[in-house]
Design a protein around this ligand. Structure first.
Ligand SMILES: [Cu+2]
Length: 297
């Protein structure tokens, strides 16, 4: 009865988290589990979580059982004259080999995930620069000439608009769906941390340093994050609101914010050699480049 009620409660909470207003993914009081993922990386993180959690539970229960067994069976009253042996080859081999195998299994799953999180794909189509400030975020698409400053939405405005206070902002960040976005994170003052749980990203924003991460949102919606490094008095009041929208809507947002789409979308991925006309001289131009490359080896 109680268990059923608990499960029903959790299911409702998760449903609420997914339903939210206008595709918004909002954390709910008392909800269980992670926010619905919006990127392949976050899906992998969830899968890894589901892989590791049972291992942790089994180990914890096993150690607890061992402790209870020793407390009950080998206390002074139950076992007044303990035996004096100090070694047992079989037990020592088991308690060395089994943990090693468990760690290898965890590494097998986690190392590729860490690598994928850390390596921005070469095919990144868009660069987003995120700057932490005390206590707000500024966002910039350097290639599109767009920059916005994003402050927390005041409580009375959030309540009036039915948006989540402490998560909603006055100027949301827009990102296109189905696009690989490289994110450069830095800070203007103290250390902040740019985190959006549904994207599976959390990157420290450090003054005088540029950290890099990336995301590829494949589900349109409104996603929220927060500064995740204790940064001072208003640390709790610098949320991140991200609208993941179709490309056309993103382009409209760029234009509305004074940006230009021409620079980013017409540039070919491979950098052309400056000065050389491309079309007729393409084949001969390749020949001089080959010897030129040799001395550098
Ligand atoms: Cu902070």
């Amino acid at each position: 009865m109680q268990r059923g009620a608990l499960i029903a409660c959790a299911a409702t909470a998760v449903t609420l988290a997914m339903a939210g207003a206008a595709g918004a993914v909002v954390p709910q009081d008392g909800a269980v589990g992670m926010l619905p993922p919006a990127t392949p990386i976050m899906r992998d993180i969830e899968e890894f979580h589901s892989f590791v959690l049972p291992i942790i539970v089994v180990i914890s229960l096993f150690v607890l059982a061992l402790l209870l067994w020793v407390i009950v069976r080998y206390n002074r009253r139950a076992n007044p004259t303990p035996r004096k042996f100090t070694h047992n080859i079989l037990v020592e081999v088991i308690w060395t080999v089994v943990p090693v195998l468990i760690l290898v299994a965890i590494a097998w799953k986690s190392f590729p995930l860490i690598y994928a999180e850390e390596r921005t794909p070469a095919a990144a189509e868009l660069t987003l620069k995120v700057t932490g400030n005390s206590w707000f975020w500024s966002f910039e698409y350097p290639d599109l000439g767009v920059s916005v400053v994003s402050n927390i939405l005041p409580e009375e405005d959030a309540r009036a608009q039915g948006r989540p206070w402490l998560l909603a902002t006055d100027n949301a960040l827009y990102v296109p769906v189905d696009t690989t976005v490289r994110v450069l994170v830095t800070s203007n003052d103290v250390i902040h941390s740019f985190a959006v749980p549904s994207f599976g990203i959390k990157e420290d924003a450090i003054q005088g340093r540029v950290n890099e991460t990336w995301f590829h949102v494949d589900r349109p919606g409104v996603y929220y994050g927060q500064c995740s490094e204790l940064c001072g008095m208003n640390h709790a009041f610098m949320p991140v609101e991200v609208h993941a929208v179709p490309r056309a809507e993103f382009d409209a947002w760029v234009t509305a914010n004074g940006g230009s789409l021409a620079t980013a979308e017409t540039a070919p991925p491979a950098a052309a050699a400056p000065g050389a006309p491309a079309a007729p001289g393409a084949a001969p131009a390749a020949e001089p480049s080959a010897p030129a490359a040799q001395p550098t080896r």
